[in-house]
Design a protein around this ligand. Structure first.
Ligand code: NDP
Length: 400
């Protein structure tokens, strides 16, 4: 069918690349391009004997538009799948514009010096992408990503109007370390140490970090404490789901994680402001990342399950209705299949599916789009087929 250039070769990219290689009918050729080429070469060596997909590798600095343009012009992909860090979103979008190539990512742009993710920078590309006749699909991970698809599916099949959405992200996995993060530590800690917020009646309500706590009994996992966080899909769903009154996002954290995080914050280790150390500028959070376990190394040690989904409340045929859509994913099953834990798996699979739907033209319109703006049905079918089957509950326990 076609060619995909994948930028980044970390935890999420590794899963997406395994999945592309299982799907050779669509991904005939892939180019893995990242900052550290040896990681791309190691993955190629592992996967090439197992797949009909032809794998190429390259070194690239994705902060450099000219380097990206040169590589895209050489490989001529149908789509660029950005699985580097949120800081690279805009340079990669610029390179896609310059070469008229479709674009898919899993996380919205965030400037390096401000821990604040918003869609405004990427939405500002709408006209340019439309005029160039190319498609950008934003946030094709699990959350954001599948949560937007779930919302569009609920609206299409189960509601006339959705008034409340609670997104619940539960990781019941245990990696045995006192403190480690399940995806890029820098991005993860920036996210959880920021103020929380939720969307209500057309405006943001801001909270202190971890101020709002609830307990929920998750199927497949059990009872967990969860905390309200700001999350990027709240912004796009607030605009794209008609009749919406409130959207909240909750993530579970264990006590050990929170105690360590508080201590690291109190001593200044989570700061993103550069400091001078022995004559050299370092960013404390980047230094912390260097001493923490690499999320990619957690796979063999992590046991337990994740349960991520959305609880919807709204109206159908004049009646009040509730509906819960979720996926349960087993860390060890993921590890056996692709050598990664479930956090990378639940992001990497939707990343492959998003790239596939754009490449095959099933989800492809000129412009810049969020997940809930396309027909959810092909994505929902692909989730069942490619390893993230979903379950539904028509009488869920609600979050107060
Ligand atoms: P990793 O840190 O494991 O991987 C990032 C990769 O990007 C590394 O291979 C890194 O290279 C590469 N990279 C970083 N900077 C550059 C650059 N300037 N040029 C080229 N390559 C670069 O991160 P994850 O795999 O955990 O996360 C990947 C993305 O997925 C992130 O944007 C994250 O926010 C997002 N994500 C989305 C989720 C969702 O549900 N939507 C959930 C989890 C993550 P090197 O190997 O040299 O460090």
């Amino acid at each position: 069918m076609g060619k995909c250039m994948i930028i980044g070769c970390g935890g999420v990219a590794s899963v997406a690349i395994h999945k592309c290689c299982q799907n050779s009918a669509v991904f005939e050729e892939i180019l893995i391009a990242s900052r550290t080429k040896s990681k791309c070469d190691a993955l190629k060596e592992k996967l090439q004997p197992t797949t009909a997909t032809k794998i190429h590798t390259a070194q690239v600095d994705a902060d450099s538009v000219p380097q990206l343009v040169a590589l895209i012009e050489r490989f001529r992909p149908d789509v660029v799948l950005n699985l580097a860090l949120p800081y690279q979103d805009l340079t990669i979008m610029d390179a896609c514009l310059a070469t008229k190539t479709h674009y898919v990512d899993t996380a919205n742009y965030e400037p390096v010096d401000t821990a604040k993710f918003e869609y405004k920078w990427q939405w500002a590309y709408r006209e340019r992408f439309r005029d160039a006749g190319i498609c950008a699909l934003l946030g094709s991970g699990f959350d954001p990503g599948v949560t937007g698809v779930f919302s569009a599916y609920a609206l299409k099949h189960h509601f006339d109007e959705i008034n409340y959405i609670d997104i619940l992200d539960c990781n019941g996995g245990d990696h045995g370390y006192p403190f480690a993060t399940n995806f890029n530590p820098e991005i993860n800690i920036r996210e959880v140490s920021a103020n929380g917020s939720y969307w209500e009646n057309g405006a943001w309500v801001e909270t202190k970090p971890m101020e709002i706590k609830r307990e929920y009994d998750f199927k497949g996992v059990g009872k967990k404490d969860m905390y309200l966080l700001h999350h990027e899909e709240l912004e796009s769903l607030g605009q794209n789901i008609p009749g919406i009154r409130r959207i909240r996002f909750f993530m579970t954290f264990g006590q050990s994680y929170l105690t360590h995080l508080k201590c690291l914050e109190d001593v200044g280790m989570t700061s993103i402001k550069p400091i001078l150390y022995e004559g050299r500028e370092i960013v404390p959070l980047q230094f912390l990342k260097a001493v923490l376990p690499d999320p990619a190394s957690l796979g063999p040690r992590t046991v337990g399950k994740t349960n991520i989904g959305c609880i919807f409340q709204g109206k159908k045929d004049g009646q009040d209705k509730t509906y819960y859509l979720y996926n349960i994913c087993d860390h060890q099953a993921c590890y056996r299949e692709v050598g990664s834990q479930a956090i990378s798996y639940t992001t990497g699979v939707p990343a492959m599916i998003g790239a596939m739907l754009v490449m095959t033209g099933v989800w492809n319109r000129p412009g810049v789009w969020n997940m809930e703006e396309f027909d959810p049905d092909p994505f929902m079918e692909a989730l069942n087929r490619w390893g993230l089957p979903w379950e539904e509950d028509f009488h869920p326990v609600l979050v107060d």
